[in-house]
Design a protein around this ligand. Sequence first.
Ligand SMILES: C[S@@+](CC[C@H](N)C(=O)[O-])C[C@H]1O[C@@H](n2cnc3c(N)ncnc32)[C@H](O)[C@@H]1O
Length: 404
Amino acid sequence: MQPDATRQALPARAPSPPSPLETRIAQAVQAAGGWLPFDRFMHLALYAPGLGYYARDARQFGLLPGGPGSPGGGSDFVTAPELSPLFGEALAVQVAEALRHTGGDEVWEFGAGSGALAAQVLDGLARLGQPLARYTIVDVSGALRARQQARLAAHAGVVRWVDALPDAMAGVVIGNEVLDAMPVKLLARTGGVWHERGVALSELFEPSALAWRAQPAIESEANPFTWADRPTDLRPPLEVPGTHDYVTELHPQQRAFIATLAERLRAGPGGAAFFIDYGFPEAEYWHPQRSMGTLACHRAHRMDDAPLQDVGEKDITAHVDFTGIALAAQDAGLTVLGYTSQARFLLNCGIAARMEAADLPTRANAMKLLAEHEMGELFKVIGLATGEGWAACGFAQGDRCHAL
Ligand SMILES: C[S@@+](CC[C@H](N)C(=O)[O-])C[C@H]1O[C@@H](n2cnc3c(N)ncnc32)[C@H](O)[C@@H]1O
């Protein structure tokens, strides 16, 4: 992430009035006394009702670049279930095994996107003869519900949507690329001193009028927001040796989410959870050389490092600290079933045989799920369960729990 907004290497945009979302966030900055911690900014940018990136009825994921429309077929990024149906079919093998082990008959999916993964898992479970009473979708954004309902019309009797979690849950939880969409705190070590990085209003912006004080001279300065650092006692979980400048993220919301999930699963008869996302164990996350952190924005299949620009028009994400997820789960009484790369997990779940039986385009896309230079190695899977757990099939070979 680039600490200085004026150095962002993005095409300049014409000065224009702040958008309704920028105005909403500027009001929040004002109400907070002129400084918002970055996690609060990220929450509003992604989830402000009716305005945030995920709270609008816009197509964010789905088509590959070069598809109908332009650019990127109208989407911003492609996720594994959008890339290949074999992703969800392989995951269904692990879900079916977990349902048998925990005695459950319900799947919970967090952040179901277009509904593609739900359709694949439901079809996969049916093919495996695994009975299922309910498939429940939970998303902080309700904007995608209509799209999911259309996609899952064939499963209408089984699928339901909820806005809040019940006190007790049973069954198997899945989430693909959900953890990375949870707001993060930003830390910056500058001149050897740790700061929390937050967001303030630009000097060119008149907060009382929520408008430009003067027409920005340089187009790229037409941004109501600017970075502002405050000294903090917050630190990364691992010491980062050296005194060089260093920007990184902390993930309190991911940990809180896992703690809540664990509490609800433990209040019921038992269950398991599988999360797939990009990220690393803590030793890789807080490596001294990863000095710019992992915060990134995605728009039209391009990545940039300027979350304060074009707010609401692009996704903002950070990699997942899988050690933190495992520790949060264990602290809340769950067992870690395993942790491995996406490629290893899908192979353990039998994706290779499914690829052999598939046509060439399906096989080629499925290869992207496995290839080290595509999604196979950067993406990881972590499995969690109530009770003592079992030797879950997805981690049968290549389990990397020791690396957490
Ligand atoms: C990158 S999208 C992934 C969509 C889909 N899983 C896929 O793979 O195509 C992230 C989704 O997670 C949702 N999300 C983020 N935090 C969440 C939470 N705490 N509970 C449920 N959904 C959440 C977002 O609203 C968004 O729809």
